[in-house]
Design a protein around this ligand. Structure first.
Ligand code: ABN
Length: 176
């Protein structure tokens, strides 16, 4: 009885293997294996965001400096109130306000990696007021008012529909 069952199993599995071998060519199998192997080798080389969402500009306070202090490295050329103390963040305007379409751009040295970064200081325009935010005036690289393109004591909301100044964000735009 068991012998008959085993020989039936043998026959059935042999048939299945033969059917598969006929349906899937050897080249097909090799090509699939080759693709899988190449994918395994090449995938880690592809450019993708290895910060896994931890964007530089969102580094929490304390990790790369104190974002509530005017000597924080990203504020090196700032002239304005800190949006992080007005309901916004280091890089995001408070709800109800909008980022200025023009901005002042400074070059700041990041003490964590000793590299220079371009930092865009966008004023946030409109929205409600803000009680006693920290005012920072560092404006590194600024030149006197008669050199307009190099002057930062300006309400950058002037180019927006809403011109009322609220506060300023500091956004790293790239390496200098
Ligand atoms: N960029 C900040 C600012 C706003 C109004 C006036 C001067 C400076």
């Amino acid at each position: 009885m068991i012998d008959r069952f085993l020989s039936w199993m043998d026959g059935a599995s042999e048939k299945a293997v033969r059917r598969t071998a006929m349906a899937v060519g050897r080249r097909n199998v090799l090509a699939t294996l080759g693709t899988a192997m190449m994918g395994t080798v090449l995938a880690p080389m592809l450019p993708f965001d290895r910060t896994f969402g931890k964007a530089m500009a969102q580094t929490p306070a304390g990790e790369d400096g104190d974002i509530a202090a005017c000597d924080y490295w990203r504020y090196c050329a700032l002239d304005g109130y800190l949006c992080s103390e007005c309901g916004g963040t280091l890089t995001q305007c408070p709800p109800g306000s909008e980022a200025s379409t023009v901005s002042w751009v400074g070059t700041c040295r990041n003490p964590n990696d000793d590299r220079d970064y371009l930092v865009s200081y966008n004023d946030c325009c409109g929205g409600g007021g803000c009680a006693n935010p920290t005012f920072c005036f560092t404006s590194q690289g600024e030149r006197p008012g008669y050199r307009m393109g190099l002057y930062n004591d300006i309400n950058w909301c002037m180019a927006n529909e809403t011109k009322g100044y609220h506060c300023t964000v500091a956004v790293v735009v790239g390496l200098a």
